[in-house]
Design a protein around this ligand. Structure first.
Ligand SMILES: *[C@@H]1O[C@H](CO)[C@@H](O)[C@H](O)[C@H]1NC(C)=O
Ligand SMILES: *[C@@H]1O[C@H](CO)[C@@H](O)[C@H](O)[C@H]1NC(C)=O
Length: 268
């Protein structure tokens, strides 16, 4: 009898555990159901509504299956860039960058092209009024015979960050998963202000000069840095999105129409 009760308790514990796991969302659930077969304009508005509506929910809880923890502030773990031009060579590593402001993102427009079941293209126009960042950087550079070395904390304040993110995916014929292949976008910025005391270690005047030069010519530096930022941020976002896209069948994530969606939720 005792062992039977033990077994019962064990079973109910197991059941509680498994139902708790089941309730933990594997991917974002949205307020409206959007289907790939919807007329394009309607589908685009449906997705725009969902993305915009769910931002406040994600603010501190993260995006289910995609990002654990807060999106505002959100920590971008690592950015690395090697620059090997004729004039200047070196590397820049930025780690643990905390970014404040993403939850105020406005989704201006969404454009989809999902009629081909083997391709997925989603463009999103967005605007973030203000992005504040704080992180650690390490810079090693060689300019002719001169060597630079800098490291330490930096602060970066941006306003009016806007642009278009272009997400593309592809899947093999008959395969269940849509794999995200690229995440692209080179946002523009309205204002830029950088602070970094250690830009040239051991030389405060040079440090101030470097930071002042970057702040004065930030549009040029932004142009130069944009391809590297696009690559690193794009890889980071592609990886995060694929946590969901490569583990949940496309037809469940983004159903073709109402009927297939009912079948797949029934199968759950
Ligand atoms: C989030 O946490 C879960 C379990 O706690 C883990 O399996 C998953 O890899 C984490 N995801 C990210 C994006 O770190
Ligand atoms: C700039 O960003 C930092 C965070 O890195 C923040 O503490 C500071 O208040 C911001 N400054 C302005 C003027 O918004």
């Amino acid at each position: 009898m005792k062992s039977f009760i033990t077994l019962l308790i064990l079973c109910s514990v197991v059941q509680i555990k498994s139902s708790a796991i089941k309730r933990e969302a594997k991917y974002p659930r949205f307020q409206r159901s959007c289907y790939r077969n919807m007329p394009t304009g309607e589908l685009d508005d449906c997705l725009k509504f969902n993305f915009q509506q769910s931002l406040p929910t994600y603010r501190s809880a993260g995006i289910p299956g995609i990002i654990n923890g807060s999106i505002d502030p959100h920590t971008w773990p690592r950015f690395y860039h090697y620059f090997g031009g004729a004039l200047i060579q070196g590397s820049l590593t930025i780690s643990d960058t905390k970014m404040w402001g993403w939850s105020a993102l406005r989704v201006l427009q969404v454009r989809t092209n999902v009629k081909n079941p083997e391709k997925m293209l989603v463009d999103m126009d967005f605007k973030v009024p203000k992005l504040d960042m704080f992180g650690q950087f390490k810079l090693e550079a060689r300019l002719g015979a001169a060597k630079f070395y800098g490291e330490g904390p930096f602060w970066l304040n941006l306003t009016g960050v806007s642009g278009t993110w272009k997400v593309s995916g592809s899947r093999e014929r008959g395969a269940p998963y849509m794999e995200i292949k690229s995440f692209k976008g080179r946002p523009s910025i309205e204002t830029f202000k950088l602070k970094a005391k250690g830009a040239a270690l051991g030389n405060e005047r040079l440090s101030n000069l470097v930071v002042a030069t970057i702040n004065r010519g930030w549009r040029i530096f932004h142009e130069i840095a944009n391809p590297a930022i696009e690559r690193e941020w794009g890889n980071y976002c592609t990886e995060n999105l694929n946590r969901v896209f490569k583990s949940v069948p496309y037809d469940e994530l983004f159903p073709l129409d109402r009927d297939t969606s009912e079948v797949s939720s029934y199968n759950n």
